[in-house]
Design a protein around this ligand. Structure first.
Ligand code: NAD
Ligand code: UDP
Length: 309
């Protein structure tokens, strides 16, 4: 049992992490400025002993009184639509926010976990992506604000580890989906499910041949906590290695929802990666982790969540 600071705790992944930590008996201090997250994601936790929410922008000095055993830095816009709308805030939370939260971990003698991303691999020329691949990122393209912020964050995390002896973990998260995604966050799973449930056209960008590998949030959080608890610094890929084209995803969504929506084609965003699939050999070996929820099953739970009253 410990006391854990979760930045981005009111976001999609962060709120699931807060829940999982409380469930296993940890205390949680969730810190979030509600830029892309919502108190609705954590409202049910407010009465729980050991849960505190602090509304704060972590690009400014982060003060937490009392002991802290771990700092999990999950604050950052993560959907392409969000980080294209907030390019400078994204760069700041990945750089200044990482610096401030590493400072907090150093001060408290706490373990530190950075939420990194498959986007550090950019439009990858190695497939599937292994952790030792350095990536193929356009630093000046629109996605560069997110990709380079996370690459800087990884560098800063390793510098605090090497220079200050902070006990760090780096997790590279691949496309994650599930309940509590914002219906309008612009990501492919939320867009397709919301469109299918409303009988509206499914918007496939490009010809739909680009691939992604989708991990259900429960699997993702289990992997993240396994890394947090392990003695392995990382980076470690945590994602589902089952790869689908975007068009295959559209068809699965139609099947799962029983929708008769038509598929329409829209322009591909600039620098949209053509393929993405994690090599999870390392996670299997050092954490004994692998995902268990199949895409159909995860889509069904997420659809049920989007169609709740
Ligand atoms: P999200 O947008 O739902 O959550 C991010 C949270 O961070 C939000 O609640 C937002 O309000 C908060 N935030 C943003 N800037 C902040 C700041 N300056 N100070 C305090 N809080 C701030 O996104 P998510 O999908 O839950 O992603 C969480 C983390 O996981 C991010 O770091 C993201 O880069 C990483 N990640 C997610 C995915 C995915 O598929 N969901 C994939 C790779 C990496
Ligand atoms: N995409 C799509 N239709 C949508 C939203 C996204 O075809 O309505 C595509 C997008 O171009 C990308 C993939 O789906 O190729 C995944 O997009 P997402 O925004 O979910 O995440 P990314 O992996 O690009 O960060």
């Amino acid at each position: 049992m410990g006391r854990i600071v979760v930045t981005g705790g009111a976001g999609f992944v962060g709120s699931h992490i807060c829940e999982a930590l409380l469930q296993r008996g940890d205390e949680v201090v969730a810190v979030d400025n509600l830029l892309t997250g919502s108190v609705d994601n954590i409202a049910h936790l407010f009465g729980e002993p050991g849960f505190v929410f602090v509304e704060h922008d972590v690009t400014n000095f982060v003060h937490v009184s009392g002991p802290v055993d771990a700092v999990m830095h999950f604050a950052s816009p993560a959907s392409p639509v969000d980080y294209l709308e907030h390019p400078i805030k994204t760069l700041k939370v990945g750089s200044l926010g990482t610096h401030k939260t590493l400072g907090l971990a150093k001060d408290k003698g706490a373990r530190y976990m950075l939420a990194s991303t498959s986007e550090v691999y950019g439009d990858p020329q190695v497939h599937p992506q292994t952790e030792d691949y350095w990536g193929h990122v356009n630093p000046i393209g629109p996605r560069g604000v997110y990709d380079e912020a996370k690459r800087f964050a990884e560098a800063m995390t390793m510098a605090y580890h090497r220079s200050h002896g902070v006990d760090v973990r780096i997790v590279r998260i691949f496309n994650t989906y599930g309940p509590k995604m914002r219906p309008n966050d612009g990501r492919v799973v939320s867009n397709f499910l919301v469109q299918a449930l409303a009988g509206k056209p499914i918007t496939v960008y490009g010809d739909g041949s680009q691939t992604r590998s989708f991990c259900y949030v429960d699997d993702e959080v289990r992997g993240i906590l396994a890394l947090l608890d392990s003695e392995y610094v990382g980076p470690v890929n945590i994602g589902n290695p089952n790869e689908f084209t975007v068009l295959e995803l559209a068809r699965k969504v139609l099947e799962v929802t029983g929708s008769s929506s038509e598929i329409v084609y829209e322009p591909l965003p600039v620098d949209d990666p053509t393929q993405r699939k994690p090599d999870i050999t390392l996670a299997r070996r050092v954490l004994g982790w692998e995902p268990t929820v199949a895409l159909e099953e995860g889509l069904r739970s997420t659809a049920a969540w989007f169609s709740r009253d």
